[in-house]
Structures are given as C-alpha cells and as structure tokens.
Design a protein around this ligand. Structure first.
Ligand SMILES: [Zn+2]
Length: 366
C-alpha cells in the first residue's frame, strides 16, 4: 500500500468492537475502521487502534479516534465529545436529583448495603455530565452539597468534595448503555455472598425477581477503582441491569436512581430468601417454563433488559476482550424421592397480575 493511502475496514454490522476485531483490522493493513452508531467499543480495542494510528469512524463519517502520535495533545475521543457543562450541577433538575441521591444513600445505609464509606451512586444528567457521590463518605450522611459532577472521562467539573474513585465503573455503563441514566453500586451481604462464590442465583423461583432483575451476570474480579475493574462489566451491562462483581458487591443501572436502588433490594432479598430456603432441607418450588415466559413478556413490555429475550444477542455481548464468567447456578437442593412443587395456574396468574400492577404503578409514579 502506498504511503498516505487510506484503507477502511467496514465493521458496521457489529454491535461490539473488541480487541480481536482491532487486531484483525491491523493485520489486514487498515488505516480506518468504520462501525455503526450503536457499536460499543471496548477500551482495549480503542487503545489498540489509537496506538496503531488506526482511525475509528462512527457511522457515515465522524472520526472519533484519529491516529495520535506519542506526545500529541488531547485524545481525539475527548475532542469529539461535547464539552462538559459545569452549569448542569446547579439546575433545578440537578437539585432534585441530588435530593434523590441522598435519599437513596440513606436507604442503602439503613438496609446494611453500604458499610463504612462503601458504595456509590450516580446519575447521568447530560450527554457528558454525571452527578455522583464523593469518595470516603458514609451514604447515611450525604447532603446535596457533598455531591460532585464529572464528565464521561471521570474528570471532576463541579463540587467541592473529590468524586468517588469507583465512578469509572458507572461511566463504562453509561458509555455502553444509552438507556442507563442512573447507577447504584453497593455491597449487600446476601447478593455479595453469591458474588464471592462466583455464582449467580437460579431463575424461575420468585416473580418479582424475574420481572425487575431476572438473570444476573457475574463479572471477574479486578482491583476496585482501577480502569480494569470498571471494564469488567462491559460485556454484561447491555443484557443485565444487575451485575454481581466477583469478591466485591453489585452494580445496578436503571432509568432513575430510585429504580436502580430497587433492583439492589430485589436482588439482595432474593439471594437472602434462597439462602434461607436452602437451609430448610426440602426442595424449592419452581415456576414452570410457560409461567416464566409470561413474566418475561411483562418485562419486555416494560423495556427492562434480559439476556433471555434474544439468545443471539447474548452471544453477541460475549464478543469482548473479557473471559466468560463462571456463571454456575446454585441449584435448589433436591432429595431422593422428593418432587418439586409448581405453583398452580390461578395462583401464578394472581402473582403475575400483582407484579404487573406494582410495576405499572411504579413506572407511572416516576
Ligand atoms: Zn465497592
């Protein structure tokens, strides 16, 4: 290829651009890689392209990661994002969200989900602006004046207290999931008990869990606060609103801070119930496949994500630089000769209606 010649590799059919795609493009002599607007680019793929001076073109022609020589100024990724607006820190909307974050902080603390200064809460208030909690601060004591505003690179642009070091975990979710407006990270004991075993709770047992959370994923362990830690959730967050963080805790995302906290409650209560039930020494009743399908239909209508909606999408989301998680379900215990009891149809219809009514009123209220 002559010097200065442009060779574009078209990857517009992919929803994820992972390290191996970037390496293949490099091996093929690409000077440009083009992806579609909704494509998620993993950080390692982005770095690899940048290091090898391969331009990343989004959609018809926006260059977002032009080649940068060592020592050159600002990253092109930062250059193309709209500049963060510090004034979003004190709008009436921001003040209302700050109060909501403080209320959620108190709920988390009162439920025993945030020990010491643990846990953090954030809300994406603008395209490049995220409200978040400060570092080293009990969630019980939060006031609106303690909160911070950062851009999508984690640079603090407003607030007097330093932002949480775990903000990068939240920011990876906002970059990967356009629907995600709020994220809550905490250490609820029962869900964390699953996370330290590297296992996910089984499905098909309690309707509320199926509708609000459903399948959870477990991400691999990395040191909290690092970029590597933040990136562990990328393969899972588009198909799961809750991820168990190995040997650490959980993160939930939602349309509001309040809803993200609800999911933390739902998953922890579910794990608690399973742990209690497993001690009773009798089989756990399971909802039938047909009844689970009914619950998934409700969930789909509500716009909540679930990896069971589309098996192809599940495969796709594993196209990443990360290893697949060790997602062995903790199966309900079954004794010899015992049979699993399934709720009868009228009872299940009643449960489905209860869940639907609760969800609809909650969504209406928000
Ligand atoms: Zn943590």
């Amino acid at each position: 290829m002559r010097k200065g010649e442009v060779k574009t590799i078209e990857l517009t059919g992919q929803n994820v651009l992972a390290m191996r795609d970037a390496q293949s493009a490099h091996a093929a002599g690409a000077t440009q890689v083009r992806v579609c607007e909704r494509c998620v680019i993993t950080p390692s793929a982005r770095d690899f392209l940048r290091q090898n001076e391969i331009e990343l073109v989004i959609g018809p022609g926006t260059v977002v990661a032009a080649s940068t020589r060592p020592g050159s100024a600002a990253s092109p990724v930062q250059a193309t994002r709209s500049p963060a607006n510090p004034r979003l820190f004190s709008t009436p909307e921001a003040e209302a969200i700050k109060l909501e974050i403080c209320a959620v902080g108190r709920k988390l603390w009162n439920r025993g989900y945030v020990d010491g200064n643990g846990g953090n809460i954030s809300y994406r208030i603008g395209p490049n602006e995220v409200l978040c909690t400060p570092t080293l601060f009990s969630k019980l004591d939060l006031t609106p004046a303690d909160l911070c505003l950062v851009d999508l690179d984690g640079v603090q642009i407003a607030g007097t207290k330093p932002r949480t070091s775990e903000i990068f975990l939240h920011l990876e979710i906002y970059k990967a999931v356009p629907e995600a407006k709020a994220a809550v990270h905490c250490h609820p004991p029962h869900a964390t008990a699953y996370a330290i075993t590297g296992r996910v709770p089984p499905n098909g047992i309690i309707p509320e869990f199926e509708v609000f959370v459903g399948k959870v994923a477990v991400s691999p362990y990395e040191t909290p606060g690092t970029a590597a830690f933040a990136q562990t959730v990328i393969p899972y967050v588009r198909e799961h609103n809750t991820v168990l963080l190995s040997n650490h805790g959980i993160i939930c995302w939602a349309d509001t801070v309040t809803h993200a906290e609800w999911y933390a409650e739902v998953v922890d209560t579910y794990c608690h119930t399973l742990i209690l039930a497993s001690q009773l020494g009798v089989p756990i009743s399971q909802i039938s496949e047909r009844q689970t399908t009914d619950l998934l239909a409700i969930k789909k209508k509500l716009g909540l994500p679930d990896s069971r909606f589309d098996p192809a999408a599940m495969k796709e989301c594993q196209l990443s630089d990360m290893e697949a998680p060790n997602s062995i379900a903790l199966l309900p215990c079954k004794r010899d000769g015992a049979t699993s009891i399934t709720a009868d149809a009228p009872e299940m219809d009643r449960l489905v209606k209860t869940v639907t009514d609760a969800v609809m009123s909650a969504m209406g209220a928000s």
